[in-house]
Design a protein around this ligand. Structure first.
Ligand SMILES: [Zn+2]
Length: 144
């Protein structure tokens, strides 16, 4: 009688353990799926240029991890210059432009732009508002 009870308890525990394991596995699968969806959504929210940069940086990291040095890295690639984006004399702050020689300072973003992009930002229709905000008509001006 006592042994039968013990056995019953053991079977119950085994069953509960299996159910618990299945629940844990299902929860892990759901979390993994949610995580993958989050990553996919984040990736899809990036511009093509941002995606290219991420792929490029991942390539750099893979190269360093594989070779233990920077052999095989194309330093000529314009995508390498992510850190130059928007800084004075660096690359234009417009993500899809990235031209070198950014000398036009934008009073609003506090970043630097190439001449062509600065001229687009300084569009005539926006000058009245810029005048009110900054006391000058042009948002972007050359910073010599
Ligand atoms: Zn530009």
């Amino acid at each position: 009688m006592g042994q039968a009870n013990l056995r019953g308890t053991f079977e119950q525990r085994k069953t509960s353990a299996i159910i618990e394991a299945i629940r844990t596995e299902k929860r892990r699968a759901a979390e993994k799926k949610a995580q993958e969806k989050k990553q996919a959504d984040e990736w899809n929210s990036l511009t093509t240029s941002q995606q290219q940069k991420r792929v490029f940086i991942a390539g750099l990291m893979a190269s360093v991890m594989t070779h233990g040095n920077t052999a095989g890295i194309n330093f000529e690639s314009e995508l390498f210059d992510v850190e130059l984006k928007g800084i004075k004399d660096g690359n234009c702050n417009v993500t899809d432009c990235q031209k070198p020689g950014a000398t036009y300072y934008n009073k609003s973003t506090k970043k630097y732009y190439c001449k062509a992009c600065a001229e687009m930002i300084n569009w005539e229709g926006g000058r009245k508002d810029v005048m009110e905000l900054y006391g000058v008509p042009l948002l972007c001006e050359p910073d010599a």
